[in-house]
Ligand binder design. Structure first.
Ligand code: GAP
Length: 516
């Protein structure tokens, strides 16, 4: 099936099974804003817990924070967001559709990268274990030609953006012969800058009201609280502050479901280090964050680093962790070595000293910062994309049937087990209810006695429940039940008393954390 079709099915599946709904749907929705349904919110909470515990629980030098969404407007002046948090926009004169100029170029580059990836995948299949990707990239003429085009476009684009030359940005779009996906024409307007921050007013009267912004990232809440946390927590550099919270960006083009939203959630950690040690820490976090992703078991080939060649003026190293979504490899997380830019800017504009006093050496300095920043929603999309599967099943009569199954890692699945009485009589529902009553303190359980057992299994497969417990007549005699495993559909007979232990071992966040 084409990747586009898979993605459409996945979006429909999320809505049909209570994962993600368009916001204000009865009013036809609000562009790029989504609500998480009954299963979505559980999955999201489990993702957040996995991240939070991996930061705050596993590191005795990382602590949490929950700062306000509204901040003093000067925060955004100091951080550079008022002046420079812009995206270049361009309109197509025929379709009247608006685009982000940089994304038109990025999509063009992605298409070239996808072509390279296809060549690599083909060669990998052909040569098997003997395949040497590095060598192939250096010698295959089609790959080399496409890579050359990519490098040239990226070079021109970074130069144009860094010098603020929007005419050049437009010229790249013309030279790459990029067409509007709606009108198919190349009739483009000039490129203009557009600030992404949402502004509102705080205060009761129009005269006295102050312009405030909805934060476009959670990181600044961490920077302005750096000394509060360091002093009250008696933290010693190196140390980190972790935060999960909403962020808002007035994205010009919001597409691809929850990949690019106007209201979204971030999980950010700022790690404060001694100047000069930041590259070592950057590499440390780069490796650790990749391990965190891979521990979920979606496979090595689903991830890659995209190291930034051209760095923002305040950064001295930056990389993205990219995941292979149905629409190609895209950024899920950024790891940035941001020098002392943010703290220094806040120190200058606020007039308050934001320095760390090292009692061992007697020196004071502004720490450097290594940041890890991941979108909860993008991570959610990663998990759903990697888990969605349509499996062909052979029936006894020789015909085939399709099973839609979310192969979610059990540890983050919203519902851990469903308890199903085989029939709705003979005392089986009562036993099933008792099993739920015992297990619900430890796991998110569901009880279901409607429809045939086969249909109930399918419902649980579709929401990704890893274990189905069936209560049958034998249960009345020997207190055993069957446990059916979602992925293999194998069934095993076990004692009711052993259920808790079996499931606990499989859904344990600590066991997952031990892999890190
Ligand atoms: N403090 C650094 C920062 O905000 P960023 O690369 O702009 O860096 C970090 O954002 C992460 O936040 C991204 O890797 C992505 O996962 C997520 N993110 C950014 N914009 C988003 C949007 N409009 N919708 C959903 N997630 C977004």
């Amino acid at each position: 099936m084409a990747q586009d079709d898979i993605f459409k099915k996945l979006i429909a599946h999320c809505k049909e099974y209570g994962y993600v709904f368009p916001s204000s749907e009865i009013y036809d929705g609000l562009s790029a804003v989504y609500d998480y349904g009954q299963y979505g919110v559980e999955l999201k909470n489990n993702i957040k817990k996995y991240w939070w515990d991996s930061m705050v629980l596993l590191h005795d030098n990382i602590v949490g924070l929950d700062s306000a969404i509204f901040m003093h407007p000067d925060v955004w002046k100091a951080s550079g967001h008022v002046d420079a948090f812009n995206d270049p926009l361009i309109d197509n004169k025929d379709s009247k559709k608006r685009y982000r100029a940089d994304m038109l170029i990025e999509e063009h580059v992605n298409k070239l990268e996808d072509k390279i990836q296809k060549e690599i995948d083909k060669a990998h299949t052909r040569f098997g274990d003997a395949f040497n990707e590095e060598m192939f990239r250096k010698t295959n003429p089609r790959v080399m030609a496409n890579q050359e085009k990519i490098d040239e476009i990226n070079k021109r684009f970074s130069e144009a953006i860094n010098t603020g030359n929007l005419n050049d940005v437009r010229q790249i779009i013309i030279d790459c012969e990029i067409v509007c996906p709606v009108s198919g024409s190349r009739n483009w307007t000039e490129v203009r800058q557009f600030n992404l921050m949402f502004a509102t007013e705080m205060g009761s009267t129009a005269e006295g009201a102050t312009k405030v912004y909805l934060r476009p990232e959670t990181a600044q809440g961490i920077f302005v609280n750096f000394l509060n946390v360091q002093k009250t927590g008696r933290m010693k550099v190196p140390f980190g502050i972790a935060q999960i919270g909403k962020a808002f960006r007035n994205e010009i083009v919001a597409r691809q479901f929850i990949f690019r939203m106007r209201e979204f959630e971030q999980m950010e950690m700022q790690f404060f280090v001694k100047p000069g040690t930041e590259i070592g820490w950057f590499n440390h976090w780069k490796e650790l964050r990749m391990k965190w992703h891979k521990a979920l078991g979606f496979g090595e080939a689903s991830y890659r680093f995209h190291d930034h060649d051209k760095l923002a003026h305040y950064a001295n190293a930056a990389t993205d962790i990219e995941f292979r979504f149905p629409f190609g490899f895209r950024e899920v997380e950024g790891i940035h070595s941001r020098t002392d830019f943010d703290l220094r800017q806040h120190q200058e504009l606020s007039g308050r000293k934001l320095q760390y006093f090292d009692s061992d050496s007697g020196e004071s300095y502004i720490p450097f910062v290594v940041e890890t920043s991941i979108g909860v929603d993008r991570m959610f999309l990663q998990v759903i994309s990697a888990s969605y599967d349509e499996e062909e099943l052979k029936k006894d009569d020789g015909t085939t049937d399709t099973r839609v199954v979310l192969r979610l890692p059990a540890v983050i699945a919203p519902v851990k087990l469903a308890v199903l009485p085989l029939v709705k009589k003979d005392g089986l529902p009562e036993i099933a209810q008792k099993v739920v009553a015992d297990l619900k303190f430890s796991f998110n359980c569901q009880y279901d006695d409607k429809d045939s057992i086969g249909r109930r299994y399918r419902r649980q497969d579709a929401i990704g429940t890893p274990y189905c417990i069936t209560i049958d007549h034998q249960t009345m005699q020997d207190e055993t039940v069957t446990i059916r495993y979602r992925d293999s559909m194998l069934q095993e007979r076990v004692k009711i008393s052993s259920l808790s232990g079996i499931i606990a071992e499989k859904v344990s966040i600590p066991a997952l954390l031990r892999k890190l």
